[in-house]
Design a protein around this ligand. Structure first.
Ligand SMILES: Cc1cc2nc3c(=O)[nH]c(=O)nc-3n(C[C@H](O)[C@H](O)[C@H](O)COP(=O)(O)OP(=O)(O)OC[C@H]3O[C@@H](n4cnc5c(N)ncnc54)[C@H](O)[C@@H]3O)c2cc1C
Length: 442
């Protein structure tokens, strides 16, 4: 049905895009939300899918379901492959005749997120999986569990199968390392007969000199102690120089080379902006930084294109006072606050009001967990560690998880695993992609 209403196209149903669409609920606009997936993923918990603590459906929710009551929101599944800024069109690759769909907009909001960067070694991507996408988290789960299965089948060759290397000691790397250590220690222990899962080695490799480098002291030191208590070996000052199917090569702090035989490598090192940042920059003559982030104006618009807003992990924002591009932390609250701000900009535009003041990020703090009932938190200058930090983390994550059902289910699963040390989702479903010992030896 044709309409003269303002047309808003939002690209990306992650934290930024989802919040922007919600912020438009009472605005006189027809909104089209485009994502390559049919669900919103709560990325902060994807590592728990990768370690069998939660099921994929616990942390993802169909976008169509989220917006079922927002009648003026249309959800389309497709991959954005281009922006035609002069024609005010977004180009999608989608399941339509010809394979391409063009969507016209009056205002465009782009929130395409980020991807893990492999420091120019894209060939490592196949071996060292990340846990950013749901598919990849499920595959990581399969690889971790498969490694224990192969060790049980080949007790004389268990060493490399029971060695797990996590690259990058930011929150995701710390959480992954802690969870793998606990999976073996608490959950798998006692279920194997020919190997002892507790003999696993979990190595956390980090180029910097501390874990959780973005957290204030003394939280990195406390996190390091908690990890060591869990049996994680910290390899600080070590840089990964090569990743192979059965080994990782490192440069040690003194510059010498070393090699670790390991069948399972998990990548949690640096991120780069979504390719959409570059596409927008090229289409609009804007700048991107070394990590591929698009520099947007203080009001989040693409320079020279007030009708295009970009936000979340894929942007840095020009400070209205200094004129410098500011890189905000790659966190969900940043993307959500920017999504809400984009909603206010669009509402003001449609109502003919002045634009809101430039975007300002309100830092509410950072949190990370280190296994069961341990964590660190830095909130408004206050620092917490151990159980209190973990409890805060738990409440915040339950609060922000999308969907009442998911909140109840996740709370129930966490209570169950807290009491029993069990994990409810330990199925190997991506086994076809896994190498067998014979194949990878060759
Ligand atoms: C493992 C992990 C753990 C994290 N833990 C925390 C945490 O504890 N706390 C915290 O605050 N933050 C955490 N983060 C960071 C947080 O998830 C991000 O900062 C946040 O998701 C950024 O939101 P966004 O909207 O910019 O991008 P995203 O949430 O990544 O959303 C991007 C969306 O765009 C879609 N998309 C991408 N490209 C296309 C395309 N070409 N066509 C169509 N759709 C496309 C994607 O499918 C996705 O839905 C974590 C991130 C990861 C990966």
């Amino acid at each position: 049905m044709a309409s003269n209403a303002h047309r808003v196209v939002v690209v990306g149903g992650g934290f930024g895009g989802l919040t922007a669409v919600k912020a438009l609920a009472r605005v006189d606009a027809d909104v089209t939300l485009v994502d390559r997936h049919n669900y919103h993923l709560f990325q902060p918990l994807s590592y728990q899918v990768a370690t069998g603590a939660l099921s994929p459906g616990d942390i993802a929710m169909p976008l169509r379901h989220i917006f079922r009551r927002q009648q003026r929101v249309t959800v389309l599944m497709g991959d954005v492959v281009g922006f035609e800024l002069d024609e005010h069109q977004v180009v999608l690759r989608a399941d339509v005749p010809g394979g391409v769909l063009r969507l016209r907009y009056d205002t465009l909001v782009v929130a395409g997120g980020s991807d893990y960067a492999y420091f120019g070694h894209d060939e490592w991507r196949q071996v060292a999986l990340e846990v950013k996408s749901l598919d990849s988290a499920i595959e990581v789960r399969g690889r971790i569990l498969h490694a224990f299965e192969v060790a049980e089948l080949n007790p004389d060759d268990q060493h490399s199968w029971l060695t797990f290397v996590v690259v990058g000691a930011g929150p995701t790397g710390v959480e992954m390392a802690g969870q793998i250590a606990e999976l073996a220690e608490d959950t798998l222990h006692g279920e194997f007969r020919r190997v002892d899962p507790r003999s696993r080695r979990v190595l956390l490799v980090e180029t910097g000199d501390k874990v959780l480098g973005a957290f204030p002291d003394p939280l990195p030191q406390r996190a390091a102690r908690s990890l060591e208590r869990l049996g994680v070996t910290l390899m600080l000052g070590h840089t990964v120089v090569d990743v192979q199917e059965a080994a990782v090569e490192l440069r040690e702090p003194d510059g010498t080379a070393s090699r670790i035989d390991a069948r399972t490598v998990i990548w949690a090192a640096g991120v780069e902006a979504s390719p959409q940042a570059r596409m927008l920059a090229e289409a609009g003559g804007a700048e991107i930084d070394r990590s591929g982030r698009l520099t947007v104006e203080p009001g989040l618009s693409l320079p020279g294109h007030g009708e295009v807003l970009a936000l979340g992990d894929m942007v840095s924002v020009t400070d209205s006072r200094t004129g410098e591009a500011v890189i905000l932390p790659g966190l969900a609250p940043v993307a959500m606050q920017q999504g809400r701000y984009a909603g206010r900009v669009i509402a003001a535009r449609i109502a003919g009001r002045d634009a809101p003041k430039p975007f300002h990020y309100h830092d509410k703090g950072t949190l990370a967990t280190i296994g069961r009932a341990r964590g660190v938190a830095s909130i408004r200058g206050l620092r917490f560690s151990g159980f209190p930090a973990w409890a805060i983390w738990l409440v915040v994550h339950i609060f922000y998880l999308i969907g009442f059902e998911n909140r109840v289910v996740v709370l129930f699963r966490w209570a169950y695993s807290y009491l029993t040390r069990g994990r409810g989702s330990r199925l190997i479903t991506a086994a076809a992609a896994l190498p067998s010992p014979g194949e990878s030896d060759s």
